[in-house]
Design a protein around this ligand. Structure first.
Ligand SMILES: [Zn+2]
Length: 269
């Protein structure tokens, strides 16, 4: 009942916010970026906003389902992003391969028939988010091999997020290629299938990194600059819409189904 009320409120407010122009679904695809789905850490914790409560995530997905949207992995959405296919779709991406996404988001996605992409750090499978420790982040468990395989076998996508979550722009061209190629090869060995999607850690990229990702054989890559994906976008530097802990349902609706975020689009490539 609460969800129904949320839906009604969101739709009503959506109409009132005509200024943001509701999307017609034509070659403007929202690629959502999530990190962790869990009980958020205590107030003041570093990157607290990157953890969305499972109940809030469920309500967000249910809202889009009831509004007629289909949630897709990057792999499944590529024809829509390229403009070869049209439909009411959005893309679901999760960065870093957190176990809490496997535990809490996956059952919701499976129930609704949505697919999603999880970008895994290939050198830290079954480990912790070590790259965040120095910044003061709380430790969080990453998916192990078995969980990655289950995620994949249930129709979701595994993408690469480098070997050790490095700042690619700080590496030599050879080191960049090693990071993107090695992680691809290791994940393909585990899955027994092609890994075609890549995500730049920290959204850190330069022309050389884009070249390395292309050279390694990926079909597309996502960054962290804002905006909806357009069919003329560089497939190796796609923009995303960041969904954070504090986004209530109306704000979520604005971000996904209107041009609000797109008006703040930052294009680098
Ligand atoms: Zn990351």
């Amino acid at each position: 009942m609460r969800l129904v009320n949320c839906c009604i409120n969101a739709v009503c407010i959506g109409y009132l916010l005509a200024i943001f122009q509701v999307l017609k679904g034509k070659c403007m695809v929202p690629i959502l970026m999530y990190h962790q789905i869990d009980q958020p850490p205590a107030r003041g914790a570093y990157l607290r906003g990157a953890t969305v409560h499972p109940r809030r995530f469920a309500n967000q997905m249910l809202l889009l389902k009831r509004l007629g949207y289909q949630g897709l992995s990057l792999r499944d959405a590529l024809p829509y992003i390229r403009g070869e296919q049209q439909g009411k779709v959005f893309v679901l991406t999760f960065d870093d391969g957190y176990k809490n996404v496997f535990d809490y988001a996956r059952p919701i996605l499976n129930t609704l028939g949505f697919t999603a992409t999880n970008f895994v750090v290939s050198g830290l499978i079954g480990g912790m988010n070590e790259w965040m420790f120095a910044k003061g982040s709380l430790p969080a468990q990453l998916m192990n091999q078995d969980e990655i395989l289950q995620w994949y076998e249930q129709g979701h996508e595994i993408g690469s997020h480098t070997v050790d979550h490095c700042y690619l722009s700080e590496l030599s061209a050879q080191e960049q290629l090693q990071q993107v190629s090695q992680s691809k090869a290791d994940l393909e060995d585990l899955l027994g299938d092609t890994v075609s999607s890549f995500c730049y850690p920290y959204g850190d990229l330069d022309e050389r990194a884009i070249f390395a990702v292309r050279q390694a054989g990926y079909r597309c890559a996502v960054a962290t600059h804002k905006g909806l994906a357009l069919d003329e976008d560089n497939l190796y530097a796609l923009p995303r819409i960041s969904i954070i802990r504090s986004n209530h349902i109306v704000r979520f609706y604005q971000k996904v189904a209107t041009t609000l975020e797109h008006r703040r689009r930052t294009v680098f490539w």
